[in-house]
Design a protein around this ligand. Structure first.
Ligand code: HEM
Length: 143
């Protein structure tokens, strides 16, 4: 289970993300797409930009990454109620299914998050570990 201290670590660190959310979202998605370059095809609205430096200045890409990070912010705010947070994620998995996106893609994106926050948002080790626990708790809702 996620302890109160772990939840606090995640929520306190998220303030750093909030302060620079567009940049953070762009950077995480770049990391995701560099690791999974074929997945840009799921995004007709910016697929033609290609996975490269120019993607960062694409407005449709920026809009997408901000949407996802705002959603993640809602999850962070709800971590005191993992069941509610899990159900929110479950709804997103369902909304993605018709697009051919599966839980394994959600998992790959979320798997990048703990280390990403350490490297880009000043999260300390225990905070990254808290994220790993939170994600493990949320994963069953996405199946
Ligand atoms: C749209 C969240 C992962 C592809 C959205 C939306 C949200 C969202 C909130 C807009 C509302 C909706 O359609 O449900 C998330 C979260 C993710 C995630 C929280 C992971 C934790 C992914 C991944 C892909 C993806 C891994 C593809 C590889 C898309 C696409 C759209 C979308 C194609 C529609 C974009 C458009 O044309 O407007 N996502 N997403 N998502 N997402 Fe995700």
């Amino acid at each position: 289970v996620l302890t109160t201290a772990q939840r606090a670590a995640i929520q306190n660190n998220w303030a750093t993300v909030n302060a620079n959310m567009q940049e953070m979202g762009d950077a995480l998605f770049m990391r995701y797409l560099l690791a999974n370059p074929g997945d840009i095809q799921f995004f007709p609205k910016f697929a033609s930009a290609g996975v490269g430096a120019q993607l960062r200045s694409n407005e449709a890409f920026q809009e997408q990454t901000l949407t996802v990070f705002q959603f993640l912010g809602q999850i962070v705010a709800k971590l005191n109620d993992l069941d509610a947070a899990g159900k929110m994620l479950q709804e997103r998995v369902h909304s993605h299914k018709p697009r051919g996106i599966t839980m394994s893609q959600f998992e790959r994106l979320l798997d990048l998050l703990p280390r990403f926050l350490q490297e880009n948002a000043g999260a300390h080790g225990p905070c990254a570990d808290a994220w790993r626990v939170a994600i493990a708790n949320l994963m069953p809702y996405m199946r």
